[in-house]
Design a protein around this ligand. Structure first.
Ligand code: NAD
Ligand code: IPM
Ligand code: MN
Length: 363
C-alpha cells in the first residue's frame, strides 16, 4: 500500500483547531484501506518563535523537505501580540515567505467557489450570482512586490522613507502564465489577465510575455483587465470570470475579496504548487478574534486537504467527496457562525462537530 508522508504545520490562532479536523479527515480516508498517511507535525509560526526562537525552525524545513506534501494551518497573531516579536522575526516575514521561497511554490490556486444551492451565503444579490460562483484565482506566489528589494531609511532632510520594489524576471512571469493558460484549457477556455500596465512596468513586461506565448494556447481566449476594475467586477459580475491570473500582491487582495463575495474567508482553501513540492493552506489568516473557541469554519482547511489529495496524490474521487460532504452539510442548514444568515434559524455547529461529520462521510 502507498504511504504518503505529510508535514503538518498547525501554526497559530485557529490553526491547531482546524488542523485537528484535517487529521480526523485523513484518518477517515486512511480507514478505507487504499492509502496510508504518515503525519509529521512540525513547529511553525509565532508559536514556534515563542517556543524555540524561530518562526521557521531548521527542523521544520527538514521535515518539509522529506515530506511528499505539506499541510499548513494558519500563522500570525493579533496586532498587539505581533508587536512583541521583532519585525524581521515575525511569522509572516520570517516563516511563511521563506517557506514559500524555499519550496518555490510559485503557483497559488485559490478557488472562489459557491454552488447555486449555497448562494444565500453570499452578500451579493441572487440574480447577480445566477448559477453560482466558480472562479480559479491563480496568484504568483514567490515574486513581485513581496520579494523585491526593501529599504527603510532617513534622507538628508531627516524624512524617514521606505522603498519596496516590484521585481519579476521573464522566467518567473512565463511559468505562472503557462500554468494559467493550461488551467484555462482544462476549464472554460477563458483567461482573465489581471494587471496594472497603465502604471507598472512589471505589468508591461508581464503582458509582453503573455503576447509572446498566447498563440501556443489558441483555444484560450484572453481578456485583459486592470486590477482596480477587476475588484469592482468581482462584485458586479463575477460570472464573467473563470480563470484569473495576477501578480503576488494583487492576488493576495483579490483572493480575500473572493472570500468576501462567497460570504466568508472560511470558504477559501488553496494549493501552492512548485516544480518539486506543494503545500496546502487555507487562504485566510489565524483569526485571532475567534481562536480557541471551537467556532472557526474548518471548510478552508478541509478543502485544502481535498486539494492535496487531488493535486499531490491523484485522489480526485476522494477530493470531490470531501467537497460534496461539506456542501451537503450546508444544504442541510448547518453552519459555523461565520456563515450565519441574519434572521434565519441555521443550526449552529462547532468546528469539531463539522470536522466529525465530514470525517464520518469519508469513513
Ligand atoms: P484573518 O483571515 O485571520 O481574519 C479576518 C476575519 O475573517 C476575522 O474576522 C476572522 O475571524 C474571519 N475568519 C478567517 N478565517 C475564518 C474561519 N476559518 N472561520 C471563521 N471566520 C474566519 O485576517 P486578519 O485578522 O487580517 O489576520 C490575522 C493574522 O493572520 C495576521 O497575523 C495575519 O498576518 C495572519 N494571516 C496569516 C495567513 C496565513 O497563514 N496564510 C493568511 C492571512 C493572514
Ligand atoms: C495569504 C496571507 C499572507 C500573504 C501573509 C500572512 C504573509 O495574507 O496567504 O494570503 O500576504 O501572502
Ligand atoms: Mn492574504
Amino acid at each position: 500500500m502507498t504511504t504518503h508522508k505529510i508535514a503538518l504545520l498547525a501554526g497559530d490562532g485557529i490553526g491547531p483547531e482546524i488542523m485537528t479536523q484535517a487529521e480526523k479527515l485523513l484518518a477517515a480516508v486512511e480507514s478505507r484501506g487504499k492509502v496510508k498517511f504518515e503525519l509529521m507535525p512540525a513547529l511553525f509560526g509565532a508559536s514556534a518563535w515563542f517556543e524555540v526562537g524561530h518562526s521557521l525552525p531548521q527542523e521544520t524545513l527538514d521535515i518539509c523537505d522529506s515530506a511528499d506534501a505539506i499541510l499548513k494551518g494558519t500563522i500570525g497573531l493579533n496586532h498587539e501580540d505581533t508587536e512583541k516579536i521583532p519585525v524581521e522575526e515575525r511569522p509572516e516575514r520570517a516563516g511563511l515567505l521563506p517557506l514559500r521561497k524555499h519550496l518555490d511554490t510559485y503557483a497559488n490556486f485559490r478557488p472562489v467557489y459557491l454552488p447555486a444551492g449555497l448562494k444565500h451565503f453570499s452578500p451579493l444579490k441572487p440574480e447577480i450570482i445566477g448559477d453560482g460562483i466558480d472562479i480559479m484565482i491563480i496568484r504568483e506566489l514567490v515574486g513581485g512586490l513581496y520579494f523585491g528589494d526593501k529599504q527603510l531609511g532617513t534622507d538628508e532632510t531627516g524624512q524617514r522613507y521606505a522603498i519596496e520594489t516590484l521585481e519579476y524576471t521573464e522566467f518567473q512571469i512565463e511559468r505562472i502564465l503557462r500554468v494559467a493558460f493550461e488551467t484555462a484549457q482544462k476549464r472554460k477556455g477563458v483567461l482573465h489577465n489581471i494587471h496594472k500596465s497603465n502604471v507598472l512596468k512589471s505589468s508591461v513586461l508581464w503582458n509582453e510575455i503573455l503576447n509572446d506565448i498566447k498563440d501556443e494556447y489558441s483555444n484560450v481566449k484572453v481578456e485583459h483587465m486592470l486590477v482596480d476594475a477587476a475588484a469592482t467586477y468581482l462584485c458586479l459580475n463575477p460570472g464573467q470570470f473563470d480563470v484569473m491570473v495576477m501578480e503576488n500582491m494583487m492576488g493576495d487582495i483579490l483572493s480575500d475579496q473572493g472570500g468576501g463575495i462567497l460570504g466568508s474567508l472560511g470558504l477559501m482553501p488553496s494549493a501552492c504548487i512548485g516544480p518539486n513540492k506543494a503545500y496546502y493552506e487555507p487562504s485566510h489568516g489565524s483569526a485571532p478574534d475567534i481562536a480557541g473557541q471551537n467556532v472557526a469554519n474548518p471548510y478552508s482547511m478541509l478543502g485544502s486537504v481535498a486539494m492535496m489529495l487531488e493535486y499531490s496524490f491523484g485522489m480526485k474521487t476522494e477530493s470531490q467527496e470531501i467537497f460534496d460532504a461539506m456542501e451537503a452539510l450546508f444544504v442541510e442548514g448547518v453552519t459555523t457562525p461565520d456563515l450565519k444568515q441574519p434572521g434565519v434559524d441555521n443550526k449552529m455547529i462547532s468546528t469539531d462537530e463539522f470536522g466529525d461529520r465530514v470525517a464520518a462521510a469519508l469513513s
